[in-house]
Design a protein around this ligand. Structure first.
Ligand code: HEC
Length: 124
């Protein structure tokens, strides 16, 4: 085989290998995303941790309370992610009489948990 054909072959092999690696990395990234979305949902629905359902109607959550507004169309109503995060971190910042617990400020939920909840809320 002449050396030009060999060079071309080598480049093709490298290109194909890179594409396969990218595909594998990409599918893995999707798995990670789905995982935190699912965990965010669990935190929101769990009666122990967030217990958001006690006051908000959310998605397919059973027996919701109605002290707070239903959580829907979140991306439309909270285009600013920081504002949504701030509402969960400490609702009394926006409304000093809020009945919503200051989840972040009082350490009920940690930073990572609030991030997953925000991600889940943006899917509503
Ligand atoms: C004890 C009741 C209560 C619980 C529990 C509660 N909230 Fe709230 N939430 C409220 C009330 C009341 C409001 C109305 C605004 C205010 O008073 O701060 C509100 C407002 C909100 C808003 C703003 C909605 C809008 O349309 O303006 C978001 C977002 C929100 N809550 C998310 C959550 C999340 C996420 C959780 C769980 C981690 C949660 N809430 C738990 C009572 C609650």
């Amino acid at each position: 085989m002449n050396s030009v054909a060999w060079q071309v072959r080598k480049k093709l092999i490298i290109l194909l290998t890179s594409l396969i690696c990218l595909a594998v990395l990409d599918s893995h990234a999707d798995e990670v995303d789905d995982g935190s979305l699912e965990q965010g949902k669990q935190l929101v629905m769990a009666r122990g941790k967030g217990n958001c359902l006690a006051c908000h109607a959310i998605d397919d959550g059973k027996l919701p309370g109605n002290l707070g507004p239903p959580l829907l169309s979140m991306r439309l109503r909270f285009p600013d992610e920081e504002a949504l995060r701030a509402q969960i971190w400490d609702a009394t910042e926006r409304n000093s009489n809020s009945r919503m617990p200051p989840f972040g400020k009082h350490g009920i939920l940690n930073e990572e948990e609030i991030d997953m909840i925000v991600e889940y809320l943006y899917s509503l």
